[in-house]
Design a protein around this ligand. Structure first.
Ligand SMILES: [Zn+2]
Length: 266
């Protein structure tokens, strides 16, 4: 793939939550964003990613995953069936996820943990990077990740999306080969911890995202404005030119999108 005219890549988006025609229009009309990494939600949603990928093979990167919001709501047999589908679908996508742990959502019988471990096993088996969604449970998530010897040895393991934690926590993910993806939260004054973190984090470990639309009820894509705003914010916070920050983020995305060595070819 040629990356010459790389603009900004939205490292975490759900433009496929929009109706197909509208998502197509978004992709055609964006002035600042030229690529989208989509986060997986549930099996039905994977199909809408596939449709967009077919239309825009060089602009859309797909994933398959059962979102932690979904996992706790599934009955045992439904979860088992969805994980079977995931196994089948995973050879045909760029990333595995979203997966992880979210303290604000149902987690009967530790279903989130069970699903998370299965996603990791699949990502290792198919040699694909992971998209992590971790809210309020970083310690447990890091324990699960660190227990996977093969994962610890890989140099690029994916990204943790919508990160808002401390610099100390961020360092653990970086050590494990994850990029820290920061979203529009950093633009808000009350996200003090995140604002402190982004001052300390090496630029080589950062990517940025709109997480837009973040659920099915939102009808617009905000990333074309949000991503330049994040760059402006970082430029001021880090006292570096916007150009330098943008260029480094482009480099990071290129590394992230480089297939993991020995990746099973689609
Ligand atoms: Zn998401």
């Amino acid at each position: 793939m040629v990356y010459d005219d790389f603009m900004l890549i939205d490292a975490h988006s759900h433009i496929n939550f929009l109706p197909f025609q509208q998502a197509t229009q978004v992709i055609h009309s964006c002035k600042n964003v030229s690529g989208w990494i989509l986060g997986g939600y549930n099996p039905k949603e994977w199909m809408s990613q596939k449709a967009l990928k077919k239309e825009f093979p060089d602009k859309v990167w797909t994933s398959a995953g059962l979102h932690p919001w979904v996992v706790g709501r599934l009955a045992d047999d439904e979860l088992y069936e969805a994980l079977e589908q995931l196994q089948f679908f995973s050879g045909h996508v760029d990333f595995i996820g979203e997966t992880g742990l979210d303290k604000n959502f149902d987690n009967p019988e530790n279903k989130q943990e069970e699903s998370f471990k299965k996603h990791i096993a699949i990502a290792l088996n198919y040699k694909k990077p992971l998209l992590l969604h971790i809210v309020g449970r970083h310690r447990d998530a890091l324990d699960i990740l660190n227990a996977e010897k093969d994962l610890v040895q890989r140099s690029v393991n994916g990204l943790i999306h919508g990160f808002s934690g401390s610099w100390e926590v961020a360092q653990h993910y970086i050590q494990l080969g994850f990029y820290i993806s920061i979203g529009p939260g950093v633009l808000k004054k009350n996200f003090k911890k995140l604002r402190d973190t982004v001052k300390k984090i090496p630029l080589e470990s950062l990517v940025m995202e709109s997480d837009s639309p973040s659920d099915f009820s939102q009808k617009r894509y905000l990333g074309d404005n949000v991503l330049p705003e994040i760059i402006s914010y970082l430029s001021e916070a880090r006292q570096l030119s916007a150009e330098k920050i943008k260029n480094q983020m482009v480099e990071n995305i290129k590394t992230l999108l480089t297939p993991i060595e020995g990746q099973n070819v689609r």
